[in-house]
Write a new protein. Structure first.
Length: 329
């Protein structure tokens, strides 16, 4: 994996309270063109948009039933709460562990049984996941506003304080300028939309036809377990939980966050190059930003052309023979 030295945006909000169904399905009238769309034209502009409440992509008034995130996810092991809960006895025995302390408190102070403690731990996992997702969404929205030269809705957060100088320095260093923020792209096969997704940031060289893709990750660098390594993208080490691998087109790749994100970025690169004529596959970058980091961590991802050819051929082959998609607007 090739690294780049670290250098020292989202659809509009919707208020659906009391709105009719027709009002909720407002993508019949897509959001106005962004300043970057107005400045830099691209193929398929205006074709696709995102219905935020259900995170559903819409292409030419028709719902897309698959997203890049879902497409990639099916080929990687997923967190299984029931399997993880098999460690409950070990957590309970180790009262100094994070779950051990929670179990001890619930059983001693609140006089709860094991079943209640297990439910509490599962609820904690669910809440943490939802919170992390919301914080990531807020960060993406702030960054989109900054790229489009608007003030970020969340104000000067720690993430914003890291992103502003990084963007300025990186663009100056490589003579780049923002080309798209939260760019919605889709892959079409024989007239049918296979999958759609959203690219966080595309930068373009000011003097030549060269593009960079940047994907934001609000990943906490804190170790996942006591005495474990810091979670810095591109610096993953072996996991104490075993040597899991991907499946299908990714069966030769080890399972870690960096590998999963790399396959996701390659999917965006494949769609942009083959369907839009915008090729940033040699310049795919992950940007890890988190309040616990002093500066952003930028790392480049390798191209996985063979895996992408297999992946998109597989997805295209699974399309229904008859067009079952219906217009939803």
């Amino acid at each position: 994996m090739q690294t780049v030295e670290p250098c020292p945006v989202a659809p509009l909000d919707n208020n659906f309270l009391g709105a009719s169904l027709a009002d909720q399905l407002h993508p019949l009238h897509p959001d106005p063109e962004s300043p970057l769309q107005q400045r830099f034209r691209a193929p398929r502009d205006g074709d696709a948009w995102l219905f935020e409440p259900t995170h559903t992509y819409v292409v030419r008034k028709t719902q897309v039933h698959n997203s890049v995130t879902k497409m990639i996810k099916q080929h990687w092991p997923q967190f299984q709460p029931d399997m993880a809960m098999q460690n409950y006895a070990a957590w309970k025995a180790n009262k100094s562990s994070k779950y051990g302390m929670l179990i001890d408190y619930l059983q001693v102070v609140e006089e709860r049984d094991d079943d209640y403690c297990k439910q509490a731990i599962a609820a904690l996992w669910k809440k943490r996941g939802a919170l992390a997702s919301q914080l990531g969404t807020d960060m993406h929205r702030d960054f989109q506003y900054i790229v489009e030269e608007k003030e970020p809705p969340q104000g000067e957060t720690e993430e914003v304080k890291q992103f502003r100088p990084w963007l300025k320095t990186f663009c100056e260093r490589y003579n780049l300028q923002p080309w798209r923020a939260e760019w919605i792209v889709y892959y079409e096969h024989e007239g049918k939309v296979v999958v759609a997704g959203q690219v966080d940031l595309v930068l373009k060289h000011k003097e030549r036809d060269e593009y960079w893709c940047i994907d934001y990750k609000r990943k906490d660098p804190a170790p996942k377990y006591a005495s474990g390594p810091r979670q810095i993208l591109g610096q993953e080490s072996g996991s104490k939980f075993g040597k899991e691998m991907g499946s299908g087109p990714f069966k030769e790749l080890p399972h870690n966050d960096f590998a999963v994100y790399t396959t996701q970025l390659n999917a965006y690169g494949y769609i942009a190059a083959t369907q839009y004529g915008i090729d940033f596959r040699d310049r795919l970058c992950l940007l890890q930003i988190h309040p616990s980091l002093k500066t952003p961590n930028l790392v480049r991802c390798e191209r996985l052309d063979d895996a992408m050819e297999s992946l998109f051929a597989l997805e295209s082959s699974q399309l229904p023979r008859t067009d079952s998609a219906a217009e939803i607007f």
